[in-house]
Design a protein around this ligand. Sequence first.
Ligand code: PT1
Length: 266
Amino acid sequence: MGILNVTPDSFSDGGRFLSRDAALARAEKMLADGADMIDIGGESTRPGAPPVPLDEELERVVPIVEALRAVHMPISVDTYKPAVMRAALDAGADMINDIWGLRQEGALEAVRDSGCGLCVMHMLGEPRTMQLHEPFYDDVVGDVRAFFSERLGALAQAGIAKERVSLDPGYGFGKTVEHNYALLAHLRATLPIGTNFPLLAGMSRKSMLGAITGRGAGERLAASVAAAVCAAERGAAIIRVHDVAETVDALKVWEATKNAAPGGHH
Ligand code: PT1
């Protein structure tokens, strides 16, 4: 899954049509580099980022969904607002990626009848404040698993088929560095017992990588690729990244090890 931010700071062009073209070009490059889906986001949800008003998010996201839809790209939309979900689905989005795990009032109803794919992410607290106070868990992997079970119950109750759902532990969303690495090391153990939902992992360029390497946000490519391979090895089915070409190369090497027999024959 390739990340396409459509916030005003993400494209230097200024004018609206220019940025629509720039977004389309970036999406096309990510698909050519091997992405299977483009994740469009109109509001930054990194720690401390301010919320974006509804009309602003709609203005940013919907034209880009339409532009990508027109050239038949698989589209995910990263939003927690039910009105944006509805507008994105009307415009042809294939998936809704919700950092709030469809907990906002009206979210379940907004996605119920469309048949779209869903990503239910775990977050402790809310983006503006989630990293301000030291996040606390009794047992982070167990707590995330319990959260997934609760949300799966709510989705089932709303009549949403489980085949539509993927689950994401939410790296960097109300977690310490230790919590994040526990969730990476034991990714499969976040799945509710007896289930096999696709797991989505998003660690690209995040501070959990800076904490280990000492590198700033602009120099975390190698760490991001390593994290992606780790996540794949530990059961991630979908990996959300900025640097598609580099990640796809690394995952091809990882995948080649899966079919290799000890004798070196097929
Ligand atoms: C994610 C994700 C997302 N992350 C899904 N959607 C972001 N499903 C946006 C940092 O610590 O992991 N899964 N949408 C971006 N959020 C962050 C969080 C960015 C933390 C940076 C950090 O640096």
